[in-house]
Design a protein around this ligand. Structure first.
Ligand SMILES: Cc1cc2nc3c(=O)[nH]c(=O)nc-3n(C[C@H](O)[C@H](O)[C@H](O)COP(=O)(O)OP(=O)(O)OC[C@H]3O[C@@H](n4cnc5c(N)ncnc54)[C@H](O)[C@@H]3O)c2cc1C
Length: 306
């Protein structure tokens, strides 16, 4: 059994919220461990050109993630590249476990973000049988695979329109399905979309399932007239986000989506546990919002344990 390392604050997740929370705590002289399972930057590393970051318009998400990571490396925060598999109470603080390590913290700030939502008719297996075989949740990463193919994009918000643009830039034809009567993406994205060729928009049409032998060859869509199929060479999912809060079920209160319920200080329902960024209820789903959350949660956590 590994002996637990004890720190003032444990941060789970190294996206913008987690990086900023860790920096905030370290700058106030707290000992901090940040546990990230994949790479610093979180969702940022999948963004082609960022919007909504003052002074950084159009910056590649990976480049901005490197700027944030550099700021983190200027602090004494201890970084652990591991998947958190357990979160539990330990006295008045919290214990966080991974396969190889355990950490005890007087406070815990959960910044684990969110993942793409499943399709409604996919059931428990979800999209896994088709993952890597025609289903993508990251258009900028996978767009080159779809060159000269017809690709369905499910969802006409910011993420869906950004996906459509990345796919057409890579030479794919795109059918963009949106369940409501109009696309919901921001104006600048819609204007860019209107200026490119190769995107067909179908509103009032929800993608509910995918089909194919081994790899995706069709989507099942629902319209006011009933369900229909459309032949495609792949599907990009952009139908919403599900919070990465599975480890917190039964630990703190979650809302109907599974997001962590927090107060104005981003404190969850149990003492000394905070949630920041896309994992929390009421998130702005924007990078700057996640950074702000990190600051608020970090400062509040230190007040609580001082
Ligand atoms: C395609 C796309 C385009 C976007 N474009 C923009 C944009 O232009 N401008 C903008 O402001 N915002 C944009 N966003 C939104 C922005 O990326 C997010 O709001 C922001 O990244 C949320 O930050 P976060 O730290 O809460 O979560 P995330 O960035 O999701 O980071 C969460 C981190 O937690 C880690 N993690 C999760 N579970 C565990 C675990 N059990 N153990 C260890 N680590 C774990 C993950 O690996 C991840 O690194 C975009 C998002 C997407 C998907």
């Amino acid at each position: 059994m590994t002996e637990a390392t004890t720190v003032d604050v444990i941060v789970v997740g190294g996206g913008p919220a987690g990086i900023q929370a860790a920096i905030e705590c370290a700058n106030r002289d707290a000992s901090v461990v940040l546990v990230e399972r994949f790479a610093l930057g979180g969702e940022l590393i999948n963004i082609d050109a960022m919007t909504g970051v003052p002074g950084q318009a159009g910056i590649a998400g990976a480049e901005y993630a490197a700027i944030l990571s550099d700021a983190l490396f200027q602090t004494p925060v201890r970084m652990e590249l591991e998947d958190v598999t357990e979160i539990a109470r330990a006295g008045t603080g919290w214990k966080v476990g991974t396969r190889g390590s355990a950490f005890n913290g007087n406070a815990l700030i959960v910044c684990s973000g969110a993942r793409p939502e499943n399709l409604p008719a996919r059931g428990e297996a979800g999209i896994d049988p088709f993952r890597g075989n025609g289903i993508s949740t990251c258009a900028p990463c996978d767009a080159p695979l779809y060159r000269a193919k017809t690709v369905a994009v499910a969802g006409g918000g910011d993420t869906g329109v950004e996906a459509a643009l990345a796919l057409t830039a890579a030479g794919a034809r795109v059918v963009l399905f949106e369940r409501s009567s109009q696309l919901t993406a921001q104006g600048p994205l819609l204007r860019t979309l209107a200026s490119v060729a190769g995107v067909e928009v179908r509103c009032n049409t929800a993608v509910i399932d995918v089909g194919g032998e081994g790899s995706v060859s069709e989507v099942l869509v629902q319209t006011i007239d009933g369900t229909h199929t459309a032949a495609v060479g792949g599907v990009v999912l952009a139908v919403g986000l599900r919070p990465n809060s599975d480890l917190l079920k039964g630990v703190v209160d979650l809302d109907q989506r599974g997001a962590v319920l927090v107060n104005a200080s981003l404190a969850a329902s149990e003492a000394n546990l905070y949630a920041a960024g896309d994992v929390r209820s009421g998130s702005s789903f924007r990078c700057v919002g996640a950074l702000g959350d990190g600051t608020v949660a970090g400062a509040a956590a230190l007040v609580a344990i001082s």
